[in-house]
Design a protein around this ligand. Structure first.
Ligand code: ATP
Length: 301
């Protein structure tokens, strides 16, 4: 009987792993329903990254043909530069990252990395070149060491620790009685939003991708945690092409370019100073966030 159960047990394990992987992806991209199948072109070569130059050329996209989300978006992020995307809730900011990761194909226009249309290369090579720090990281029911090491197959313990240091979470892990062996997830230790985000940053440091997407958390973190995370993120994004999907404006000030998405189009673009001087949507959003922040501070005092 035991011989019969062992394979079943194995199957259960494999199933759980696959399911957990899917949950992770869904959470990462906030996918509501199953995305349309995107297939590799026959004989698609792997993506060759030279510097990580990302371009969106007149990108049109709709989840549902009756409701276009992007109506001709142009973006150009030079190698190693940082682009911040802002806009009202539902403007299509996260959609841009789902398209770059090729969870969906554009309706028209094209997205290129170092001149190669992302539809012409293998999905595996494309996704291998992009690191994502999502809004809400899903943890596996396993040790915290495993959860970080998942960033790259075959990472050694020393590499995992170095990544944890880079993400400012090593000291926290060492303070746990079981250190890197501490179980996390549903059945283990519940990590705070900030700690989970640092796990995601550590995974990304291990993955070491040339292109980075940071989908900033909407939920506010306390000021100290936020400062720590910002500095860890600044370190990872240095010398990588970075796209920040920003929900709070305080984190976009240092971007090389800020793009304001509105009604499916780029309504404004420029540096923080240029956009403030324009006194348009961005300046308005900024004023509103400042007012909210002051109100919160008053209420907290
Ligand atoms: P937020 O700041 O609130 O996160 P966002 O700008 O990132 O918003 P997106 O998540 O890109 O917005 O969504 C843009 C629009 O597309 C929304 O109106 C949303 O309802 C719709 N949408 C998102 N995902 C899907 C999907 N899988 N199927 C259908 N519609 C979707």
């Amino acid at each position: 009987l035991a011989q019969l159960f062992r394979p079943l047990d194995m199957l259960g394990m494999v199933y759980r792993e696959i399911k957990q992987g899917l949950i992770d992806m869904e959470a990462m991209f906030g996918l509501i329903d199953t995305p349309a199948e995107v297939a590799d072109a026959p004989d698609a070569p792997p993506l060759k990254v030279s510097g990580g130059h990302v371009r969106f050329e007149n990108v049109v996209f709709a989840y549902d043909p009756a409701r276009p989300i992007l109506k001709g978006v142009d973006l150009d992020v030079a190698p190693g530069r940082k682009l911040a995307v802002v806009g009202h809730s539902g403007a299509g900011k996260s959609t841009l990252s789902r398209l770059l990761y090729r969870f969906y194909d554009v309706t028209s226009g094209r997205i290129t990395i170092d001149g190669q249309d992302i539809r012409d290369v293998t999905q595996q090579s494309l996704r291998g070149a992009i690191g994502i720090v999502p809004q809400d990281t899903v943890l596996f029911n396993d040790s915290i060491g495993y959860n970080i090491g998942y960033g790259r197959d075959g990472a050694t313990r020393a590499e995992v620790e170095a990544a944890a240091r880079g993400a400012a979470i090593h000291a926290f892990i060492m303070s746990l009685p079981l250190g890197y062996e501490s179980e996390v997830g549903e059945r283990g230790l519940k990590l705070s939003g900030g700690e989970k985000q640092r796990v995601a940053i550590a995974r990304t440091i291990l993955k070491n991708p040339p292109i980075l997407i940071l989908d900033e958390a909407t939920s506010a973190l306390d000021t100290r945690t936020e400062a720590e995370i910002q500095s860890a993120l600044a370190d990872v994004s240095r010398s990588r092409t970075t796209i920040v999907i920003a929900h709070r404006l305080s984190t976009v000030v240092d971007a090389d370019e800020i793009v304001v998405l509105d009604a499916g189009r780029v309504a404004e673009r420029g540096t923080h100073e240029q956009l403030m001087a324009r006194a348009g949507i961005y300046a308005d959003m900024w004023a509103r966030q400042q007012a909210d922040r002051e109100k919160e501070e008053e209420e907290a005092a």
